[in-house]
Design a protein around this ligand. Structure first.
Ligand code: GLN
Ligand code: ZN
Length: 779
């Protein structure tokens, strides 16, 4: 690593080659944007509230970029990216660079930064403008803004943001490698044009222009990201790659393109990728290590290979000795000048700096690596491969020791969990009787009216509640006082639900900070960080827990609150749990077990909770699985395997109860058409889904399938402050009933109400109950 002040380091100063004989080239493909203390969030939010000027925001962004470059340089990264930074989203940045704006946004002729934020977040006032749609970036929890193409969309170069950052870095003394999302992936990510590849011919001249500007400014290599190459691609898509990269090579001779793939294996796109006239290919060898041998067999003799060996998707310290065992023969075979040692994908998807974690268990801390530590790992590999293992002996020894400790640690391995998992048998995942028989028993036990009303679980997390939680966490409120406070809120919520005539009550989830964190904090094998934030979208970050060891449930987690609420009423109170797939999906998961094995452990812990709730007299238990669909693998061929174990885990959690206990599940953010068999196979007695925004369209999957069990299609859009009136809700219910049997239909909102205020929730639920009552009278 290099600690000399910028500009004084002979290896890295302007005009000096990026190459360095003491290390193989090392690359991160991008780094977290927010800054170690979430500085970007603060800068953005100040700007959005009008507390800072454009110039102040842009200065803060420039300072962050300078810090990102300095950090990478100090850690020994030789291919430092530029263009990976973004104020909000890199796909939106590209849309601005190639001139893709919806007509309304273009017509508004706002200054560029205002246009940018209007696209990102929508704009209130005149002119009011909607935000672009947002969706998941491949299988990550990062969300990008979907390019919106007009029919026959044309393109024109906008300000070249990547060039600006390249020049900015150079002024600070760095030679950097620009990053640009490639044209085929960009088109594939957009919407509004049924065959987006038709737009390729119009888009390529703009790419040529942007890349030529970079080349003229002195960039000799560009990282061009084409993650679509790991997706199922038809022949037309493969052909688009051939024509796009053929044209770029013809028009930009001398500019080296590092074609960058990540998040999986190239598979049947490998041949296409290897035939493209680019100088190099980056492979994700963390997700798909076996690709290396194939590529070594088929690469051109002058192909550069960027080996993505440091996992950009997870937080574990790498086995550096093991990696050197694999990489040394590759170096010997190809020669050091053809190799780059890299992270598997951008480090955007991991937290910034482990050193900020002062309260983590020291053993666990020794097993982890965040973005900064991963840069250090890349540098160790780079030096070890250039100079031999002796040069990095101390680093390897320290890593080996930490990893050996992890492998044998009693914190990781709990024989009682292992023996429970191996004792699982197929009957544990099955209810005792089929749904039709259970239904009779549940009707008798719960005595519900037709079209029963319920909610999804949480009630508003008021300012008062958040304050009390914060005071309790700081030690300024005693456990007893905090519990009293939560009890009072729960009493009030139960009374109110009874009063307005809800049929299946909830306790309100006031004791929960977050639906995963609450359970993670009560399960063995989970840990939480203080600063481990990753970007979800824009200025929204999440702090996923880390599953580091065998998961067990030392004691009941929710029974106290559910039975307290049940003690207040004769109506059924629904127990409320986060399901095993969601607990897995929204965490960083240990990498020494298959994901499905970890999921089974969580399922068994939740099964115990379900049985304890049942024993405490709770007759309805909801197991939320909002992340069920998110877990789908990128390639279709892998779906069946995932769906089989995901369904099985849900059923292990749910399957232990008596027939008369009613199991609910809840899913939002989902389309169901292509997974409806699996949803049905979960065999929940009742499923609630989000349907109000699509005006019941999402229900079509269930209808066409003739879904046999009960369904609560959401009738209240909880994402909007708008209060729906009873007629509007009734219209949605009638629409649902045109296809569902009346015995199937439940009446509930789209999702939990924690983000809303009571001022909206009270009238909305009153209207919902009124609509259900009117429907009962009419039927
Ligand atoms: N029970 C949870 C709640 O109501 C469900 C949240 C979710 O599905 N995202 O908050
Ligand atoms: Zn939901």
């Amino acid at each position: 690593s290099c600690s000399r002040p910028l500009g004084l380091c002979p290896k890295h100063a302007i005009g000096v080659s990026m190459n360095d004989s003491t290390s193989l080239p090392t690359a991160t493909l991008g780094v977290p944007r927010m800054g170690p203390r979430r500085e970007l969030k603060q800068a953005l939010e100040r700007h959005w509230t009008g507390a800072s000027s454009d110039a102040e925001l842009l200065d803060a962004a420039a300072a962050l970029r300078a810090a990102h470059w300095a950090r990478q340089h100090a850690q020994g990264i030789t291919r430092i990216p530029v263009g990976d930074f973004s104020l909000y989203d890199h796909v939106l940045d590209l849309s601005m660079m190639v001139g893709v704006l919806p007509t309304a946004h273009a017509a508004a002729e706002l200054p560029p930064l205002e246009t940018y934020f209007a696209l990102a977040r929508g704009r209130q006032g005149r002119p009011g403008l909607p935000a672009l749609e947002m969706t998941k970036w491949f299988d990550t929890n990062y969300h990008y803004l979907v390019p919106e193409f007009a029919p026959g969309q044309s393109f024109k170069p906008g300000p070249n943001k990547v060039l600006a950052e390249f020049l900015e870095a150079r002024a600070l003394g760095y030679r950097t490698r620009p990053v640009l999302l490639g044209p085929v992936t960009y088109l594939k990510l957009g919407k509004g044009e049924s065959d987006p590849l038709r737009l390729l011919d119009g888009l390529l001249p703009v790419y040529v222009h942007l890349l030529r500007q970079l080349a003229e400014a002195g960039a000799d290599e560009v990282q061009i990201d084409e993650p679509w190459l790991v997706m199922d691609a038809d022949e037309a898509t493969q052909q688009a790659y051939v024509s796009a990269y053929g044209r770029l090579a013809r028009e930009l001779p001398g500019l080296e393109l590092m074609l960058t793939t990540y998040f999986g294996e190239l598979g049947d796109n490998l041949e296409t990728a290897l035939a493209l006239p680019v100088s190099g290919l980056h492979l994700d060898l963390s997700r798909a290590p076996h690709q290396l041998d194939q590529v070594l067999r088929h690469a051109r003799p002058d192909h550069k290979l960027s080996l993505g060996v440091i996992d950009g998707r997870n937080v574990w310290r790498a086995d550096l000795s093991g990696l050197l065992d694999r990489l040394e023969p590759v170096r010997d075979r190809l020669g050091p000048e053809r190799l780059v040692i890299a992270s598997s994908c951008s480090l955007l998807h991991v937290p910034t700096d482990l050193d900020l974690e002062t309260d983590l268990d020291p053993d666990l801390k020794g097993w982890l690596a965040f973005a900064v530590q991963k840069m250090g790992e890349l540098a160790i590999l780079g030096r070890g491969l250039a100079l031999g293992r002796e040069a990095v002996r101390a680093e390897l020894a320290e890593t080996d020791k930490a990893l050996a400790g992890r492998q044998s640690s009693a914190k990781v391995n709990d024989p009682s969990v292992a023996s429970r998992v191996s004792g699982l048998d197929a009957t544990m995942a099955e209810r005792r009787s089929p749904y039709a028989a259970r239904r009779q028993l549940q009707r008798a036990a719960l005595r519900l009216p037709p079209f029963p009303t319920t909610t999804i679980g949480s009630f508003p997390q008021t300012a008062e509640l958040r304050q009390a939680r914060a005071r309790h966490a700081k030690g300024a409120m005693t456990d007893a006082d905090y519990a009293d406070f939560l009890e009072a809120m729960t009493v009030e919520a139960v009374r109110w639900q009874e009063e307005i005539g809800i049929d299946v009550l909830v306790h309100g989830e006031f004791e929960r900070n977050d639906m995963v964190q609450y359970f993670g904090e009560r399960l063995q094998g989970y840990a939480f960080t203080a600063h481990g934030w990753v970007q979800s979208y824009g200025s929204r970050y999440v702090r996923p827990p880390v599953i580091f060891g065998d998961v067990g449930r030392p004691e009941p987690m929710t029974v106290r609150w559910s039975s307290f609420a049940q003690s207040l009423t004769t109506k059924p109170v629904k127990g409320m749990l986060t399901g095993p797939v969601t607990m897995l999906q929204w965490s960083f998961v240990r990498d020494d077990l298959p994901r499905q094995a970890v999921c089974r452990q969580i399922a068994l812990a939740l099964r115990d909770e379900v049985l304890d709730l049942e024993a405490a007299g709770i007759g309805c238990i909801q197991i939320d699985e909002p992340a069920f669909r998110e877990g789908l693998p990128l390639r279709r061929k892998d779906w069946a395997d995932y769906l089989a174990w995901a369904v099985q885990c849900f059923k292990i959690a749910a399957g232990g109860v008596a027939d008369k206990t009613q199991i609910h599940t809840h899913m939002c953010y989902a389309e169901f058409n292509d997974i409806i068999d699996s949803i049905a196979a979960m065999d929940a007695d009742v499923i609630s889904i989000e349907t109000s925004r699509s005006r019941m369209e999402l229900l079509d999957a269930f209808v066409g399938y003739r879904y046999p069990n009960e369904i609560g299609p959401g009738v209240y859009d909880i994402h909007s402050p708008r209060v729906p009136d009873a007629d509007e809700i009734r219209t949605l219910l009638d629409k649902a009933l045109s296809n569902l049997a009346p015995e199937q239909l439940w009446v509930n909102p789209d999702c939990g109400l924690k983000t809303r205020g009571w001022a909206e929730v009270r009238p909305a639920l009153l209207n919902m109950v009124a609509a259900a009552k009117a429907l009962r009278l009419a039927s």
